[in-house]
Design a protein around this ligand. Structure first.
Ligand code: CP
Length: 310
């Protein structure tokens, strides 16, 4: 496995996280720094995406590199039965970095085992989405001025939502207090509750998305119910409309609180929230460009500060 790969947020240290945030801030100020001249990056998306793929590709383009790849695996030879292993080994012949989204949990880890090229996990099933976590952390840092000692409320699909799983793990370094708001069917999985207990992280579980929970939060992290992960569509229908944030629910929330959402949203944030100054999800998506520029450079072993000196 290439040590510069990023498969799980748990693979990198607190120092790495803080360093990536610092570098994301650099790229926000210098988004067109051409340091990837001659580098080719593959984006292999076996699952649909708007933000992750386009922001990664924009990041490469703004840094002066080139992108190859696909956004629809049905147009590739995997539709003829080519294995993931063979696809990864083939693409590794052509590129310096692979960015991959796959519907199977563990697919990114597997990819690192069959290639020496660094791999960035752009989401694997309901498991992990570490680049989303870095942009979430950058967004939290920018809006709260710190990562430590925050009250973070996660709402909605905590079972299948890979972004909340990654974010929860990353925040273990920063003494968070979590509120998990979900129905029984979408409850935060036992392994993540156990992770909290093992790391002395406070958490409370709620079924009711009440004003008390919202008003005492620093971050309200809304999530979409992940229809594509349900084996039983009737169960999806039963739970899909349980949690919706509306503008009037923010009346007594802290003015410093921010509403985050990895997007896409369906109906879990009403359109009227968009006009509230605490709505931050579109800015959050923009932060993804800078966070991903920092992640790409790390994966390629390129130190922006050294290149500045040179
Ligand atoms: N947040 C996120 O992963 O969005 P996409 O599915 O559009 O990439």
């Amino acid at each position: 496995m290439n040590p510069n790969s990023l498969v799980s947020i748990d693979d990198i240290s607190k120092e790495d996280i803080l360093d990536l945030i610092e570098r994301a801030r650099y790229f926000e100020e210098h988004p067109n720094h051409k340091i990837l001249d001659g580098k080719v990056v593959a984006t292999l998306f076996f699952e649909p995406s708007t933000r992750t793929r386009l922001s990664f590709e924009t990041a490469v383009n703004r840094l002066g590199g080139r992108v190859i790849g696909f956004s629809d695996a049905s147009t590739t030879s995997s539709s003829k039965g080519e294995t993931l292993k063979d696809t990864i080994k083939m693409v590794s012949n052509y590129v310096d970095l692979i960015i991959m989204r796959h519907y199977l949990e563990g697919a990114a880890r597997y990819a690192t085992e069959v290639t020496d090229v660094p791999v960035i996990n752009a989401g694997d099933g309901a498991n992990q989405h570490p680049s989303q976590t870095m942009l979430d952390l950058y967004s939290i840092y920018k809006t709260q001025g710190r990562l430590d000692n925050l009250v973070i409320t996660m709402v909605g699909d905590l079972k299948y939502g890979r972004t909340v799983h990654s974010l929860l793990m990353a925040l273990r370094h920063f003494n968070p207090t979590f509120r998990f708001v979900a129905c029984d069917e979408l409850r935060m999985p036992a392994e993540y509750r156990e992770f909290c207990r093992a790391n002395n992280i406070r958490y409370e579980e709620y079924k009711d998305f009440s004003p008390e929970v919202i008003n005492s939060s620093d971050i309200v992290y809304m999530t979409r119910v992940q229809r594509e992960r349900f084996a039983d569509i009737m169960e999806y229908e039963r739970v899909k409309d349980l949690y919706t944030l509306r503008a009037e629910m923010l009346r007594d929330a802290k003015m410093t609180m921010r509403v985050l959402h990895p997007l896409p949203r369906v109906n879990e944030i009403a359109q009227d929230v968009d006009d509230d100054p605490r709505a931050y999800y579109f800015d959050q998506a923009r932060n993804g460009l800078y966070a991903r520029q920092a992640i790409i450079c790390r994966a390629l072993g390129i130190d922006i500060y050294e290149s500045e000196k040179g």
